[in-house]
Design a protein around this ligand. Structure first.
Ligand SMILES: Nc1ncnc2c1ncn2[C@@H]1O[C@H](COP(=O)(O)OP(=O)(O)OP(=O)(O)O)[C@@H](O)[C@H]1O
Ligand SMILES: [Mg+2]
Length: 264
């Protein structure tokens, strides 16, 4: 299929990564991996440990730099040097350790590094009001924006990390292993939050070893194996067994087969 034909069959993508390769010394973390994401789409990115999932997303945000390949955001070629630059184009990544400050409260964490100011002072009224607004938009309940983050449960800390990301009004949110340490209830809340964001048009990538979560909210699943894209399936057209099979035995050919099926 020609590139022109492909762009006709696919919805316009907010993110397009083409033939990305990245090595760390002797380790080839990614080999010619292509990736796309449509507005409002939820993509599950799966694969065994060391498959290259986090590396691919860190290349998207500018936390890591690719050796070759291209990254397009809204069809514009980009070359982010830092996550700060990708944030300006609406891309947010939430890391597994959340990177929050436990001894500060919820609102202070949401606006970390950019507390609203009134002259030389922090505008506390605006900060707590805006923090409440973000949490409301997310429909999450953290009791109080004055509560210290270290006193919150893991699930609620996760909500604060997401609230922080959302407060930048992103178009794309990447969640790296968000449910690994969450209870069933906290996982349910997180998945609801993802659907809420989707309804607001935010595209999301969820990296997870828990296929059940991806099948609960995802539109599409992409499988990486040893740095290669070995398959890309619509959730509606696949099942957990097929995805597990790809994770274990996928090859460049299984990826190609999916592409042809998607084009039909
Ligand atoms: N900063 C780094 N320096 C050196 N090697 C790295 C670095 N980051 C990743 N790697 C290597 O790149 C490969 C892919 O790692 P990556 O973290 O992307 O895997 P992953 O799919 O996210 O795995 P996991 O499920 O364990 O999080 C691994 O072999 C890893 O050791
Ligand atoms: Mg990882």
């Amino acid at each position: 299929m020609t590139d022109a034909a492909r762009s006709e069959v696919r919805a316009p993508n907010i993110i397009e990564m083409i033939e990305i390769s990245k090595a760390f010394g002797a380790v080839q973390a990614l080999k010619n991996v292509s990736f796309h994401l449509a507005p409002g789409e939820i993509l599950g990115l799966v694969g065994d440990n060391s498959a290259g999932k986090s590396t691919l997303m860190k290349i998207l945000t500018g936390a890591y730099h690719r050796d070759s390949g291209s990254v397009l955001v809204d069809d514009q070629p980009t070359n982010f040097r830092t996550p700060h630059e990708s944030r300006q184009l609406g891309i947010e990544m939430i890391y597994q350790d959340f990177a929050l400050c436990g001894n500060m409260d919820v609102a202070q964490n949401i606006f970390l590094g950019r507390w609203p100011r009134k002259g030389p002072f922090v505008d506390r009224v605006a900060m707590y009001r805006e923090a409440s607004g973000v949490l409301e938009r997310l429909k999450v309940n953290v009791n109080s924006v004055y509560q210290k983050v270290e006193s919150l449960s893991g699930g609620r800390q996760q909500s604060v990390a997401i609230a922080r990301a959302i407060s930048f009004n992103p178009k794309v949110v990447i969640l790296d292993e968000p449910t690994a340490n969450l209870s069933h209830t906290a996982t349910d809340t997180l998945l609801k939050t993802m659907l809420e964001l989707k309804a607001q048009g935010v595209a999301q990538v969820i990296i997870s070893h828990r296929l059940v979560d991806i099948f609960a909210v995802g539109d599409r699943v992409m499988v990486l194996k040893r740095g290669e894209n070995v398959g890309d399936r619509y959730v509606k057209a696949t099942n957990e067994d097929e995805i597990l099979e790809l994770m274990i035995a996928g090859t460049a050919e299984t990826a190609l087969a999916a592409e042809m099926a998607a084009a039909r």
